[in-house]
Write a protein that binds this ligand. Structure first.
Ligand SMILES: [Fe+2]
Length: 193
């Protein structure tokens, strides 16, 4: 079981990365998220689960994150320390075998994560090289902290590459997706209402 200090280090790194990002999108209000992340964590007892083939690429993504801003390198180092303790899962898309083979998600904070904190959900999405995460939407608003090269899209807008350390804000219920480049894609996301 991962220690509270290890989870706290990741949250501290996440707050630093958000604070250092080039700019929070103008239409977002991330203050409730930041307040919730600063709450004390309550361990859930959720157990690690893994084994997805995409995760073989995770060490490369961690290494690539080292070429980003200091906050992203540090966040990736904190993430690496708990990656094996996470309850990894896959989004079920049986009609998309390349996606199924090439992705893994995990909850970090929330009822299905390692700790509960202030009612928010924090998780990670990981894509092997050359994989597209299908369009999806959800009622909570969302902030991605981008830790790899790769593209993001909302609705039918053009793909754009936020770059390492960039943020992507998705308003509630907006349709969105992402895709990896020739390198794997690692991103931490936060959901709040
Ligand atoms: Fe999302």
């Amino acid at each position: 079981m991962v220690s509270h200090e290890t989870v706290q280090a990741l949250i501290d790194g996440l707050l630093s990365a958000i604070g250092a990002a080039p700019g929070v999108p103008h239409n977002s209000d991330i203050e409730p998220l930041l307040l919730a992340l600063k709450c004390e964590g309550e361990p859930t007892g959720v157990r690690a689960k893994g084994g997805m083939p995409a995760l073989d690429h995770l060490p490369v993504a961690i290494q690539n994150a080292g070429s980003g801003p200091d906050e992203i390198r540090s966040l990736a180092e904190s993430f690496e320390k708990l990656a094996d303790s996470l309850p990894w899962y896959q989004r079920q898309e049986p009609a998309l075998p390349d996606f199924m083979h090439g992705h893994a998600n995990a909850f970090i904070i929330g009822p299905q994560g390692l700790e509960e904190r202030g009612g928010v959900t924090v998780g990670v999405s990981f894509l092997a090289p050359g994989v597209e995460y299908p369009n999806h939407n959800h009622p909570p608003q969302e902030l991605y902290v981008v830790m790899s090269d790769g593209d993001w899209r909302q609705n039918d807008d053009p793909w754009h590459a936020p770059g390492l350390g960039g943020l992507v804000y998705n308003p509630a219920n907006i349709t969105h997706s992402m895709r990896s480049s020739q390198q794997p894609l690692l991103a931490i996301w936060c959901l709040w209402t």
